[in-house]
Design a protein around this ligand. Structure first.
Ligand SMILES: Cc1cc2nc3c(=O)[nH]c(=O)nc-3n(C[C@H](O)[C@H](O)[C@H](O)COP(=O)(O)OP(=O)(O)OC[C@H]3O[C@@H](n4cnc5c(N)ncnc54)[C@H](O)[C@@H]3O)c2cc1C
Length: 586
């Protein structure tokens, strides 16, 4: 892998960070009147000592986090990723052993204090907006997708901050933020993956008041703990009857020491991320929040952040593939010249680059939409004691919440599908060498394949997004408002206007469908919306550029629109054909 600072050496990441993100907007959304800085002034409490007092201070702080992470990931983790992947994990009698190199990387990450990104300052976390969390994941996954999960996963405990009581948060969160524990999320069971409302692990409260869990969970990342950090496993279990559906499910914290790790999966990729089968036999669990809300409120409540993490991971994997392929293409000589000069290779490299730039724009916009509702909502609830009903009167907050609910599945599907394509092209550019384990692209390709599966498959992201696209394009819909607003702020190209027209047509045709073809064609509608939103975001970025950089980006955007128009036209034809074959209404 390239040995450099993965924050500093990435031109599009630098452009996004320095020019395209509105820091005033993000910092104000996260800091909510700089309340943490005020707490530090009033109390001198150590955990708030890093709280910024201005937008500039906040940005400097974020820069230092991403810069340190970029250095560690680019000069240490990336240099050991192939070794870690080849050595892999060892399982014996319920215990997992990690490669030595992984232990060193983990210690370095933990000692640098870079792990608790989503945990707030109150509980000794870094206190970072979602936009920064996403960029951090982008940087880390470029170095090593499996290792990236080490710290990605501890941040799932954010769910406790939102729904557990203060006593439970104080008991667990600072210890997790300090790296004394690792974290896992146990939803999937052997018989229920996408179909989470049906999971059957049972939780029963004894006369002593203690909840005890019995059942088996499958595919649980890091349930065995991570190196020397034992796990806490946030577990979805049934407190209602076996047929009580989603509303019979609750959420528990179970300690890794109280379960049996029966096996770890032998996987095609993510070799250094333990994926565990976990057996619960009367394992004691601490209830998070209230019973009955485990899936419908708590898991769903953290869905956006979790999906976005995988979208950002996908982006990072694609980045790794692209930079390695670009380097190889500049060094590999065929027919007397570097292969990057051969048009067919250049074409692949250009496409990889524009797909990554589009993915980053979409991932950052999805992160922005979460930042623009989530912190305000938390602040109104926790600091100002406002009720749900009062909060819902805030129309701006509601707008961004709906946008986040749409942009997050869009970005998850888009970035993950895209990363597999980019990794595939990276292999192609390496030729036969790409098919060997000598180069990193083989590992990157294997690792990329999981991204469209976990944290909800692409098909499930489509299910999550289709309602938002169709209802959002109604005359007063949120997506229409967003598109009209953004198109009004730029001078949209003809191609972009054509794409906008295509989305109208595609949604119209989709609405007219009644038969079984409707569900089948939901993806075509979601894809059309994603390509249009990416196109808008790319054109929006032009206002921040000038000279040669602007001309180069214009060229790239034109090529991106051309790809989109070709795809969207295919989608329109499929929908038109299906609509023409619908039985006539009587
Ligand atoms: C490496 C790895 C790590 C993982 N980590 C975790 C973890 O930490 N915690 C955890 O709880 N789980 C974890 N998982 C599980 C993962 O989230 C599930 O594998 C995933 O949600 C899909 O579930 P499934 O495998 O049962 O597939 P299924 O649900 O059986 O799906 C099979 C196919 O059917 C399609 N399908 C199913 N239902 C629908 C529908 N309604 N509409 C359209 N298509 C549908 C799917 O898209 C897919 O193509 C992990 C899995 C892997 C491989």
């Amino acid at each position: 892998m390239i040995n450099s600072n993965y924050f500093q050496d990435n031109p599009d990441l630098q452009l996004t960070y320095n020019e395209l993100i509105d820091w005033q907007e993000i910092v104000n959304a996260y800091e909510q009147g700089f309340v943490d800085a005020a707490k530090y002034k009033d109390t001198g409490a150590e955990e708030y000592s890093m709280a910024p007092t201005t937008v500039e201070e906040a940005k400097d702080y974020y820069t230092s986090v991403l810069d340190s992470l970029g250095e560690l990931m680019g000069t240490m983790v990336s240099q050991k990723s192939q070794e870690m992947d080849h050595e892999g994990l060892k399982y014996k009698d319920g215990k997992v052993t990690f490669p030595k190199a992984q232990e060193e990387c983990y210690s370095a990450l933990r000692d640098a204090g870079l792990m608790p990104m989503a945990i707030s300052r109150k509980y000794r976390g870094l206190g970072l907006p979602v936009v920064i969390q996403a960029l951090a994941c982008d940087i880390a996954a470029r170095a090593d997708a499996a290792f990236c999960l080490a710290y990605g996963n501890i941040n799932i405990v954010e769910i406790m901050e939102r729904f557990a009581d203060e006593e439970m948060c104080q008991k667990w969160l600072p210890a997790i933020a300090d790296g004394k524990y690792s974290a896992a999320m146990a939803l999937t069971e052997p018989n229920y993956g996408s179909d989470l409302p049906s999971v059957q692990t049972k939780a029963v409260q004894g006369d002593d008041g203690v909840w005890r869990l019995t059942g088996t969970k499958r595919f649980i990342t890091h349930a065995c703990g991570y190196i020397d950090a034992p796990s806490v496993i946030l577990t979805l279990a049934r407190t209602g009857s076996p047929t009580s559906g989603a509303r019979g499910l609750s959420f528990f914290l179970v300690q890794g020491k109280d379960v049996h790790v029966a096996n770890i999966e032998k996987k095609m990729g993510l070799h250094c991320s333990p994926t565990c089968e976990v057996v619960f036999e009367d394992a004691p669990g601490e209830l998070i929040g209230k019973t009955g809300y485990g899936l419908v409120k708590y898991s769903m409540g953290m869905m956006n952040a979790a999906r976005l993490t995988i979208a950002a991971q996908s982006l990072g994997i694609a980045n790794g593939a692209y930079f390695e392929a670009k380097k190889y293409a500049s060094e590999r000589i065929q027919f007397g010249k570097p292969i990057e000069q051969i048009p067919a290779v250049r074409k692949m490299l250009d496409k990889m680059e524009r797909e990554i730039v589009a993915s980053r724009a979409l991932v950052v916009e999805a992160a922005r939409s979460i930042d623009l509702y989530h912190w305000r909502k938390e602040h109104l609830q926790k600091e100002e004691g406002k009720s749900e009903k009062e909060i819902n009167k805030d129309e701006t907050l509601r707008f961004w919440e709906k946008m986040a609910d749409l942009l997050t599945p869009l970005s998850k599907y888009y970035a993950s599908e895209g990363c597999i394509d980019v990794a595939d092209d990276a292999i192609q550019i390496h030729g036969g060498a790409g098919y060997t384990e000598e180069y990193d692209v083989a590992r990157i390709y294997r690792d990329s394949r999981i991204t469209t599966i976990y944290e909800g498959t692409t098909q499930l992201q489509t299910v999550a997004a289709i309602g938002g696209v169709v209802a959002g394009m109604s005359p007063t819909g949120v997506l229409r408002n967003y598109i009209d607003g953004e198109m009004g702020r730029i001078q949209p190209s003809e191609d972009l206007q054509r794409l906008q027209g295509s989305l109208e047509e595609v949604v119209q045709l989709y609405r007219s469908l009644k038969g079984p073809k409707k569900d089948e064609l939901a993806f075509e509608v979601v894809e059309t919306a994603a390509r249009l939103v990416c196109g808008i975001l790319l054109e929006r970025s032009l206002s921040k550029l000038d000279g040669e950089a602007k001309e180069k980006r214009k060229e790239m955007i034109e090529a991106y629109h051309l790809d989109s128009l070709a795809m969207v036209e295919g989608n329109r034809i499929r929908l038109e054909r299906a609509a023409s074959r619908e039985p006539a209404a009587v």
